[in-house]
Design a protein around this ligand. Structure first.
Ligand code: SP5
Ligand code: ZN
Length: 342
């Protein structure tokens, strides 16, 4: 399996996040990608190639123009206010307030275009965000070109980013852009299978009213876990999209037995949908030692995830999302990929 990877992810370094009452170095850190690279080299997964630059025209079909215009400007405007460090919002347009008027000042705009304080921006962030988007589209191109599978080693991740908001370390929704691109190349149906510990709220929001992308999410119950405000089992899609969004919320402490039953059920629903291609939002924060998560998957479980997905027999693009047990992330993420190929 080929991997697409860009060292430009390193620009997104030193950013902070607001979590558990403190501004701390973001758990989503550069060494994550480096550990995955080291591991896939070690197991000789296959060639690693650079991304090809893509314009934002496909991204503009899943994100709003205003949001995409805003992202690259953030840090310069932050600095223009005499600030340094991490650009981070502190106020949001919640229920009952004006969501239809975009404030002028940078702090107001940061709040307007975000969901939480987990999506800080530093000087090199936009370049990394853009490169992550290019990684996803380049890997999608490999699958479209006839490869059975490819791995987009994206950093930063994407599945929390919605049409017009950043969230939870995510800015551009790489998996959503890739899915849209497959449709633009002639695919009739695309399935996104999100196995990250957290609900892919951005992906769900983007495709909620659409029948051409089936979104299947396995995740921690939003009653207990971030992102709290989406990801319940009764969210099944709306309008033309009704029936094409499927959520499997699971309680803290979930281990392989329960989790794999949900995966199996999700895979059956995916088979019924009969997509032309599968995009896997690959998070390995379901791991028992993940520092911010509370599922109990073991290292030996990750290859079994890959094997189950391979059984679908469909062209499959893996897009990297979360996973914060840095020392184990390489073995776990690459374990899914080798499990797929076995
Ligand atoms: C892509 C992805 O996996 N994003 C995850 C964003 C999670 N942000 C909220 C984390 C809350 C963690 N709370 C527990 C703190 C333990 N010290
Ligand atoms: Zn996650």
């Amino acid at each position: 399996m080929k991997t697409v990877f860009s060292p430009r992810h390193l620009g997104h370094s030193g950013n902070m996040e607001l979590v558990a009452g403190a501004i701390v170095p973001a758990f989503e850190m550069p060494s994550r990608a480096e550990f995955i690279m080291n591991r896939l080299t070690e197991v000789k997964l296959g060639p690693v190639i650079d991304p090809v630059e893509h314009d934002l025209s496909t991204a503009a079909k899943v994100h709003s123009k205003a949001y995409l215009d805003f992202l690259p400007t953030i840090y310069a405007r932050w600095k223009a206010e005499g600030r340094d460090g991490t650009a981070i919002p502190f106020t949001w347009p919640t229920r009952g307030l004006r969501g239809d008027v975009v404030p002028e000042f940078i702090d107001g705009q940061l709040g307007y275009y975000s969901f939480d304080g987990g999506c800080g921006i530093v000087e090199g962030s936009w370049d990394a965000i853009k490169s992550s988007h290019d990684v996803a589209l380049t890997a999608a191109g490999l699958v479209h070109g006839g490869e059975r599978t490819a791995f987009a080693l994206c950093r930063p991740p994407g599945h929390h980013a919605g049409a017009a908001f950043m969230a939870g370390y995510c800015y551009i929704n790489n998996a959503a852009v890739a899915a849209q691109w497959f449709l633009d190349q002639g695919a009739k149906r695309v399935a996104i299978l999100d196995v990250d510990y957290h609900h892919g709220n951005g992906t769900q929001e983007i495709f909620y009213q659409r029948a051409d992308v089936q979104v299947i999410n396995l995740h921690a119950d939003p009653m207990q876990e971030y992102p709290y405000f989406l990801g319940h089992a009764d969210e099944k899609g709306a309008g033309a999209g009704e029936g094409f969004n499927i959520n499997y919320p699971m309680r803290w402490g979930t281990s392989w037995e329960t989790w794999s039953a949900a995966l199996d059920d999700g895979c059956k629903k995916l088979e019924d949908y009969a997509p032309d291609v599968v995009v896997v939002s690959l998070g390995v924060d379901t791991f028992e030692k993940d520092p911010i998560s509370k599922f109990k998957l073991k290292t030996e479980d990750f290859p079994k995830i890959g094997a189950r997905i391979a059984k679908l027999g469909l062209p499959t693009l893996f897009v990297m999302e979360g996973g914060y047990a840095v020392a184990d992330i390489g073995v776990n993420a690459v374990g899914v990929l080798t499990g797929f190929e076995s």
